[in-house]
Design a protein around this ligand. Sequence first.
Ligand code: 16G
Length: 278
Amino acid sequence: MSAAYPMMGNAPLTATGGRVADASNSFFADGPVVLPSGGPLYLQLKRWIEDAIHSGAVNPGDALPSERDLATKVDVSRVTVRKAVLQLVKDGVLVQRHGSGTFVAPITQRVEQSLSQLTSFTEDMARRGMAVRAEWLDRGLYIPSPEETVILGLSSGEQAARISRLRLTGETPLAIERASLSSHVLPDPASIGDSLYKHLDKFGNRPVRAIQRIRAANLGAEDAALLHVPEGSAGLNIERTSYLASGRVIEFTRSIYRGDTYDFVAELRLGDPAGAKP
Ligand code: 16G
């Protein structure tokens, strides 16, 4: 993916997920085009566009000319343009938005999350000055699965309140979160606002401790589409089980984070070597 996000890393992740589209980027309007030589024509065109992005002649968020205009300018068929563009979309270099065209993919900056603080997504992002929002994928009360019954310690008659959200900053999706809680704690899953932890806090149910398990994963088609990355991209599968001070489990959440946007950071201290004499 490094070629797919050539300028990732230093620039800020903007609230809109990229610069304002500029269909009149002068690079595409300037003089005759000399495609890099070798290989099929569509790959030459693909390399030409990639080089333009690498060199900064075209910027993240810039719009590509229409298929027809690009074909005329480069003097290739529209089929060749389509093939090159499709490949670049698949690689995550370009993004297509229905009705508005094709754009250079926005820059994404890696976000660091401490592994020693029990914070919420909203708090993590607020500390970085990033506005977050959620798109609801699902919320409702369900008959609990055996796993939910065991992990949440549900008694008979308790249902599982499930909330599934796509977490975004601006237009850039960062994570998918699928949380389960007891229906006693969250009888109306539709009532939580932007932040689950804020909602739980209101009722004195904010978790004070959590166990988090992190695994590498390659994203399946559905999750990859939600996160706007190519299928099979690297992701982080995270399970968080959170506890109240009483020891009761309050939340079990499975999250999938984009591997290209998140670093989880843990501070390590020298402990007492096992068996050390006082
Ligand atoms: C974090 C937690 C998630 C929790 C959410 C609450 C991880 C991996 N997960 O994203 O378990 O439900 O925060 O965030 O850190 P909210 O209060 O903004 O809804």
